[in-house]
Structures are given as C-alpha cells and as structure tokens.
Ligand binder design. Structure first.
Ligand code: UD1
Length: 386
C-alpha cells in the first residue's frame, strides 16, 4: 500500500440524494478539532441547477474541491467515466480514506477506484437491500458494501443483510441516519407550502383549503421507463388528484419520458399541480404539512417517517423496512386499488404517525466522524485489520 496522508478523507457526492447525506458529515469534520481534512469531490452525475447547485446552497455545502463533470450517459458510460476521472484524484490526494454515501453510480464507481488503489473505503448507508436486482441501486449497494472497509448503517436490518453476505461485524458501525440530521437541522428554515407554489408562479389556493394536499415524487426506472407502466401510473395519479390536490415536482427523467412516450396530455388535470424539481428546503416545506406523500424515492420514505407524515411507497419493495415497521410508510406497489384504498384510509383516520427509529436523532454525522477519527486518525492500518 502506498504512503497515505492520514488526515485526508476524500468525500464523494454525485447525485441529488447524496448532498443531504454528506452535508452534516462535512460540517462535523470541519468543526471538530480532529485532524481529518475533508476533500470534496462532485462527480457531476447530476449537473442541473435544480438537481445540484440549488441543493448545495440550501444545505450550506461548501463548493466542491473538484467537479469531474461526467454528466449523463448509459450506466456503463457514466460509471466508467467517473472511474477514469476519479483515479487521478486518489493519486494526487493520497487520502487515508474515501467516504461514499448512498447507492448511486458515483458511489460504486469511486469505491471501486479507491479499493483498487489500496485506499480504505467507508460507506454511509450500508446494508440496505430491496432484494430486487433489477434496480441499478441494488447492484450499487451490494458491490459497494463488498469492497468497503467501514460500513455505517442506519437501521438494524442493514446489519442482518451484511452479516448474511459475509461482512464481518467488526467492520459494521450502527450510527443512525445522516439524512435525518439534515431534516432536523433545516426544518425550521423551510418555506411554507403556499409560498413554494407562489415562488413557482402558481396560485396557492388549491392547497390552502382545509382538505389538505398530497405531494408526489416519481422517477425510478421501473416506474417511468416503460410507456405502459408510466401511462397506468399517470392514470392513477389523475384519480388521486381528483380526491386531493396533488403537488408534483417532476424529475427530469420522468418529464423526458412522458414527452418521449407522447403522454404529456395526462400531465394536466384540475387537481394536479406540476412543479419543476424543487430545492431541498422547498421539498421539506411541501412535505412537512402534506396530508400524504406518494413516492418511489428511498430518501423520501425516511424523511416522511422523521416528519411523521404518512407515506405511500409506489414500489413492491423497500430497502428501508424500518420506515414500515416503525415509521409512517405503507408499501402500495403500483396497484390502483391498493393505492386508492390506502389513500382513503389516510383521509379517514389520518394514517400512520409512527415513531422515529433508533438513532434517527440528528447526531449520526457526529458518530460517523468520531468512528473515522478512531479508525483512521492514529493508524490507518486499523481499518485494514478490522
Ligand atoms: C439517479 C440515481 C438514483 C437517485 C436519483 C435521484 C443511479 C443509478 N441512480 O437516478 O439512485 O435516486 O439519481 O435523482 O445513480 N438529468 C437532468 N439533469 C440532471 C441530472 C439528470 O436533466 O442534473 C436527466 C438526464 O436526462 C438523465 C436523466 O435525468 O439522462 C436521468 O439521470 P441519471 O443521473 O442518469 O439517473 P437518475 O434517474 O437521476
């Protein structure tokens, strides 16, 4: 193994769901008197102002030390391009550790470069499994965990999954959920839902009624890449919006597909309020007061549990079972009847209020940084030996 600078931790972000996980960790690293020096790499997997720049500002993330500007591409092209452009950073920075978060292509690509260069890998949000290998994120999770030296977990199921896959317990640290650190830190700064609509140039009236409103996010390839599935889901979404005003910040992938499949006529309905992809604070504001959130995102399932807002997950599986067991999440798949009946139940009873899972307390980043200091600070070989 080459000589390492014990102090440097190369921190990787690439796509929207990474920023809210990395922000509290970077803050803790910078504020602690520890000898760790974060070096922030943005792979550029997401590049739009709405998907990246705005979120950096909302989360008060420092500008990245370097942006690899990889942009969009097929999975192979995107992953390969990230690897190619990330390798020189490792050569130049000689870090003690590469810290990756979540399950996007940037997570796996950078972990793979690091491990082959003999640099320790720490994975935040390790061990989550949907057991659905048709999801690109599931492949990214499985492979990243296999090559990580330190695995930080958010919920007990993750430890069980890792143990089953042969990861020694000594490498696993149950630290809680950094995503919730961000929710708790920024909740007070979130704008009211009415002002989010006003900012988007829309009248706030539809959600100002006592009836409440729903919020939706939808972008998983399994939901939006097939014309028939997207068409069917848009039909259900229109039915939901006839029952409850539905605010929908549309992901660029979903919009592009709806246009490409000739389905844009289904995007307009009286109760359907379309917005462009929103900033972090705007999403928090919209979700906090919603009657229900419909989603296929992983992070939104966790955020709604932390906010105690009922969530309907439009997928057959979740890699975050604690949100169902203890939180506000109900898995409804893409079945029209299940979706409408779960919505009816929420309108009748208020839905699940749940409780916040263990260690979703706003201090997960502190625990991560403290483990990094112990495991890397004095002796980087400690990680290799773990
Ligand atoms: C990626 C992640 C997913 C995460 C999601 C959040 C992987 C495998 N998937 O999926 O886990 O939940 O981000 O957004 O890493 N696009 C833009 N502007 C951008 C970025 C993307 O317009 O800033 C468009 C491009 O046309 C692109 C499409 O959106 O082709 C999809 O983006 P991509 O990064 O490939 O995957 P996501 O679906 O965003």
């Amino acid at each position: 193994m080459k000589a390492v600078d014990k102090a440097t931790v190369v921190c990787v972000v690439g796509a929207r769901p990474n920023y809210m996980k990395m922000a509290p960790i970077l803050r803790c690293m910078t504020e602690s008197k520890a000898s760790l020096r974060p070096y922030l790499v943005h792979t550029g997997q997401h590049y739009d102002a709405a998907m990246s720049g705005q979120l950096f500002r909302d989360l008060q993330l420092p500008a990245a030390d370097v942006n690899l500007n990889v942009g969009s591409g097929s999975h192979a092209v995107q992953t390969a391009e990230i690897m190619r452009r990330f390798e020189p950073i490792i050569d130049e920075q000689k870090p003690a550790c590469v810290l990756v978060v979540g399950d996007v292509n940037s997570t796996l690509a950078c972990a793979l470069v690091a491990v082959k260069a003999g640099v320790a890998v720490a994975h935040v949000e390790a061990g989550l499994r949907s057991f659905d290998r048709s999801m690109p994120e599931e492949i990214n999770r499985l492979l990243t965990d296999q090559i990580s030296d330190l695995l930080f977990t958010t919920e007990p199921s993750a430890h069980d999954n890792l143990a089953r896959e042969g990861i020694p317990s000594e490498r696993i640290r149950f630290v809680g959920n950094v995503m919730i650190d961000s929710v708790l830190a920024h909740r007070g700064r979130a704008p009211a839902p009415e002002s989010v609509l006003r900012q988007a140039g829309l009248a706030p009236d539809p959600i100002g009624t006592s009836k409440g409103y729903a919020v939706m996010t939808l972008h998983r390839p399994s939901n939006v890449d097939e014309p028939k599935t997207l068409q069917m889901l848009l039909g259900v979404i229109r039915e939901v919006s006839a029952i409850l005003p539905l605010v929908w910040p549309v992901h660029p992938r979903t919009l592009r597909n709806a246009e490409g499949f000739g389905l844009t006529h289904l995007l307009s309905a009286p109760g359907l309020i379309l917005l462009p992809a929103q900033g972090y604070l705007e999403m928090l504001g919209l979700m906090s007061r919603a009657t229900v959130v419909l989603t296929d995102s992983g992070g939104v399932q966790e955020e709604t549990t932390a906010l105690s807002v009922p969530c309907l997950t439009l997928r057959e599986t979740t890699e975050r079972p604690v949100t169902v067991e203890q939180g506000t999440n109900v898995i409804v798949g893409r079945d029209r009847r299940r979706i409408l009946s779960a919505l009816g139940e929420i309108l009748a009873t208020g839905g699940k209020r749940g409780r916040s899972p263990d260690l979703w307390d706003g201090r997960a980043a502190e625990r991560i940084v403290s483990h990094l200091i112990t495991d890397l600070g004095s002796d980087p070989s400690a990680v290799e030996a773990a």
